[in-house]
Design a protein around this ligand. Structure first.
Ligand SMILES: N[C@@H](CCC(=O)N[C@@H](CS)C(=O)NCC(=O)O)C(=O)O
Length: 208
């Protein structure tokens, strides 16, 4: 069985690319350069794989799956996840699932609101109050994360897990937007620690 990840730089496919590296799973990375991604997403070839035209998409043999966090759960359930997820029967698993999903479901909406109304939309379609709302809600999420992290090195008491990968991506987006400077100190230190992981350094350097 061969695994192919459709990836474009700086997108949520980074989560999956990072996890694949941490798991040491053989895979093909089909990287679409950033300035070609929107065009490629509209092609018949890609629409046949992912009718939404979004990234990431993972193809694993006969399985095709979208949604970055769902793909992460799928990979960890199917292959050897090691310490990247706590034992489903353990106390740490609840915290793990919470943070794994919080990275996308809890936080994604607000960060994307800020991103859309500050950068992505054409200027004439940007609404300042929506951007401000996105920023305020994103910062509430950062406070919640900061409390959850406390003095720990990682979100789960068991150490580095896929939940850190999920959440890190949202911090990365805020950082790209230069909206991370006012984040709580423990989160800034957490971000700086995670970005030193060799697997992140490898996947974040991929441009095409
Ligand atoms: N919730 C989805 C979001 C997927 C998504 O919106 N991906 C963005 C990149 S981060 C995308 O493909 N954007 C291209 C577009 O909307 O044209 C996930 O986590 O995979």
């Amino acid at each position: 069985m061969s695994i192919t990840l459709y990836h474009f730089p700086q997108s949520r496919s980074l989560r999956v690319a990072w996890l694949l590296e941490e798991m040491g799973l053989d895979h093909n990375l089909k990287t679409i350069p950033r300035d070609e991604a929107r065009q490629y997403a509209k092609t018949e070839e890609y629409r046949a794989i992912n009718p939404l035209g979004k990234f990431p998409t993972l193809v694993d043999g006969d399985q095709t799956i979208v949604e970055s966090v769902a793909i992460m759960q799928y990979l960890m359930a199917k292959y050897e996840a090691g310490s990247l997820q706590p034992d489903p029967g353990s106390d740490a698993y609840a915290a793990f699932l919470q943070w794994l999903h919080f990275g996308e479901s809890g936080m994604g909406t607000y960060v994307v609101m800020l991103l859309g109304h500050s950068f992505l939309l054409p200027e004439e379609h940007r609404v300042q109050t929506v951007a401000a709302w996105g920023r305020a809600e994103s910062y509430k999420c950062l406070d919640f994360l900061s409390q959850g992290l406390g003095e720990k090195e990682h979100l789960c008491p068991t150490g580095f897990t896929a939940a850190d990968i999920s959440v890190f991506y949202m911090l990365f987006l805020l950082k790209l937007m230069r909206q991370f400077d006012d984040a709580p100190g423990n989160l800034k230190a957490y971000f700086d620690r995670l970005k030193m992981r060799p697997a992140w350094q490898k996947v974040s350097a991929i441009e095409h």
